[in-house]
Design a protein around this ligand. Structure first.
Ligand SMILES: [Zn+2]
Length: 394
């Protein structure tokens, strides 16, 4: 079946331009004694033309590439052809063409570096990250394509979870590109902190999380990790300070810290602060997580009916599927007969609705998920995923 992508359609024209380049390029280079001398077309040329006429584009390109010597005047054509192959997903072919360019000893340093850069990108596309990394490092050493090479290196180190090298590269990239990478560097410190926490090295984890905050004081993730480490260290007061920082950093993320924060206050037996902070968050943001946590407090301190009444009032002000689902769950216990049966049906419907609904949304690419990601799996942005707001979300 023919591929009708614009690239495929453009390819025969590219080949035609390529052939003309061969033809005129050779003519120009020939040191012929007189202008009347004619150019002899080789059998390979007709073989290539035949492939082209029979729509065997790939074979045609192979023949024409074989015919064309890599030299200063044709090197750009070879490099572009390799790039076209890469864009079409034919990375092996791209690698072959770019390696063929690099193998020519007569090439100028600048052109050789251009080909090296494209070959590194081929390796990256092929998933050969080690080989891509070596070539990008070589280019940086040679002071060629520095900003782009650093950008690709940063992407490689993130894919390999090599956070130390990611930090070093992002810092170099800041000076090479005049762009801030503090958000990314802060996340890399958070990643290192999580590794130390997992290995039981809580002091080192705390040091790294402080570095994350030193790099980006708005880092919600660093505050959440710090809260977790302080809880592990049985330092609940410090944990509450870390969690409460999130409200100032990004109020959209407040639902992420409410539960652990309330647990800390419970451990400190500071019930007054639980009520006071929940009241504050409820009145300021009206999020469903705070409504449900407040209802839970009412359930324990008064009874189910008081909690259900509170949810009804909140739902009137701000409708939400999660709120409705909790209200149904609570109401099941104090209804009987047909009313109870109807509530069971409603419960099934709301559960089904919640099952299919994402909770988080990427503000950059629209990626939806039921779990929180700090690094968007869709667009690879950091800190772009937030809890969904409105009737279906927070
Ligand atoms: Zn995204």
């Amino acid at each position: 079946m023919m591929d009708n992508s614009p690239l495929f359609i453009a390819l025969p024209f590219f080949i035609l331009a390529f052939m003309l380049g061969v033809f005129f390029g050779r003519k120009k280079n020939e040191k012929t004694p007189s202008s009347s001398s004619s150019y002899t077309l080789s059998s390979d040329y007709f073989k290539g033309l035949n492939y082209l006429l029979n729509e065997q584009t790939d074979k045609a390109i192979n023949v024409f590439v074989g015919m064309l010597e890599v030299g200063e005047e044709t090197v750009d054509t070879h490099i572009s052809l390799g790039n076209l192959y890469r864009q079409r997903g034919e990375v092996e072919q791209a690698i072959k063409i770019h390696q063929n360019v690099i193998a020519k000893p007569s090439l100028s340093l600048a052109k050789r570096n251009d080909a090296l850069y494209e070959l590194a990108r081929d390796f990256m596309n092929a998933g050969l990250l080690d080989r891509a990394e070596n070539l990008f490092q070589e280019l940086i050493q040679k002071q060629s394509h520095v900003a782009s090479a650093l950008k690709y290196l940063l992407s490689i180190f993130q894919q390999e979870h090599d956070w130390q090298n990611a930090i070093l590269t992002a810092k170099k990239l800041e000076s090479a590109s005049n762009k801030s990478y503090t958000l990314q560097v802060s996340h890399f410190y958070c990643e290192l902190a999580l590794i130390s926490k997992k290995n039981g090295n809580l002091k080192e984890a705390l040091k790294l999380v402080k570095r994350a905050l030193g790099t980006d004081k708005q880092s919600v993730r660093a505050s959440i990790i710090e809260g977790g480490i302080q809880r592990d260290l049985k330092n609940c007061k410090a944990a509450t300070r870390a969690y409460r920082r999130v409200e100032q950093q990004d109020s959209l993320m407040i639902s992420e810290i409410l539960e652990p924060l309330l647990l800390c206050y419970k451990e400190l037996k500071n019930y007054k602060e639980i009520k006071s902070y929940l009241n504050h968050v409820l009145h300021k943001y009206e999020g469903v997580t705070s409504v449900l946590l407040y209802a839970q407090q009412l359930q324990h301190s008064i009874d189910d009916k008081a909690a259900a009444l509170f949810i009804v009032e909140s739902l009137r002000k701000k409708p939400s599927i999660r709120g409705l689902s909790s209200l149904i769950d609570m109401s099941l216990d104090f209804t009987k007969g047909t009313a109870h049966d109807n509530l069971v049906i409603l419960q099934e419907i709301t559960n089904k609705l919640l099952e299919d609904k994402p909770i988080y949304h990427c503000t950059q690419c629209g990626f939806n998920s039921k779990s929180m990601y700090w690094h968007c799996p869709g667009c690879k942005s950091w800190s772009s995923i937030k809890p969904i707001q409105g009737i279906e979300g927070e």
